[in-house]
Design a protein around this ligand. Structure first.
Ligand SMILES: [Fe+2]
Length: 301
């Protein structure tokens, strides 16, 4: 099933509203025609408020990352939560996230990851989050949100019908710049172990991007590390987790000592963009993050 033009649970879009409160509030540009997005990904929240993943309390690091965004890049026009929002498939983590989303005064769009229960995400946080794909128009841009999850698997795949519908949509809306957001990576990130869990038909998505140059960005999570590559007209961007980071270019599972973070994006009406990663500082992260070799609880269902 797919549906278009759904509305996020949170407040009205400010994409076209005047924004006098932006002036001087961090590194955002002040051009009111530019859309400002934030991406938070791979929160891995638990039902238990104090539960740790790799020695870090995931609710705590997410709260710290959000607080960092609220001092550095605020307010955004919309926020994308790109999957693995809850680690243990229990409802309490979604209800916790719902409380946070309700307090954020901008649209929040959610995608499921391989650890999520899409039905709980849609029921508790954002109606529409369980759809195969959807379009969220935001000012002059279209946000195209895709579900890449496979039931019972940590890998990713896009349904052929989704790709066909995307193809038709982009052909009809070719004047509008578009951003695709999805959980899994469509191209290898360069780590053998996690690239076994990429979108298995990612080449089909990249072929579609080549045919539709207005597709300016493909934005994702899953890899728990920053990634930035331009392929043709399309910029491929992955983003650090709000909790644990994976070591880049590692054949086997390994953690990195880099801090949790988020991505900010500025989307211009002509399709150009600026983007960057913001991480917690040593001062804001209370407990040390240690690189370590441990059994990977993020895969192996
Ligand atoms: Fe994850």
């Amino acid at each position: 099933m797919h549906e278009r033009h759904t509305t996020a649970r949170s407040g009205p879009s400010r994409a076209n509203a005047s924004r006098p409160d932006h002036a001087g509030s961090g590194p955002w540009r002040t051009d009111p025609s530019t859309l400002r997005l934030l991406q938070f990904t791979d929160l891995h929240l638990y039902a238990e408020p104090d539960r740790l993943l790799f020695d870090q309390c995931t609710r705590r690091t997410f709260a710290q990352v959000l607080a960092r965004a609220q001092t550095q890049h605020w307010p955004p026009d919309a926020i994308l939560f790109t999957g693995d929002l809850v680690h243990d498939e229990r409802v309490e983590g979604y209800r916790y996230l719902r409380q946070i989303v309700d307090a954020i005064e901008c649209p929040c769009f959610c995608l499921p990851g391989n650890h999520d229960r899409a039905d709980l995400l849609a029921a508790e946080v954002e109606p529409g989050a369980d759809r195969d794909w959807r379009v969220e128009p935001l000012g002059p841009w279209d946000l195209l949100l895709l579900d890449s999850t496979i039931a019972g698997s940590d890998g990713g795949r896009l349904r052929p019908e989704t790709l066909e519908q995307l193809e038709r949509y982009l052909a009809a809306a070719k004047q509008r710049p578009a951003l695709i957001s999805v959980h899994h990576q469509p191209v290898p990130v360069g780590s053998r172990w996690i690239d076994t869990m990429q979108i298995e038909n990612g080449a089909d998505l990249m072929a579609l991007a080549e045919r539709h140059p207005q597709l300016r960005v493909i934005l994702y999570g899953h890899v728990h590390q920053a990634f930035d590559r331009q392929l043709g007209s399309t910029r491929l961007l992955a983003t650090p987790s709000t909790c644990a980071q994976f070591k880049p270019a590692s054949d086997d599972f390994a953690l990195d000592s880099l801090r949790p973070g988020y991505r900010w994006l500025e989307l211009a009406p002509d399709g150009h963009l600026r983007t960057g990663i913001e991480r917690l500082t040593t001062e804001t992260l209370g407990a040390p993050v240690r690189p370590q070799r441990v059994e990977n609880p993020l895969s192996g269902r």
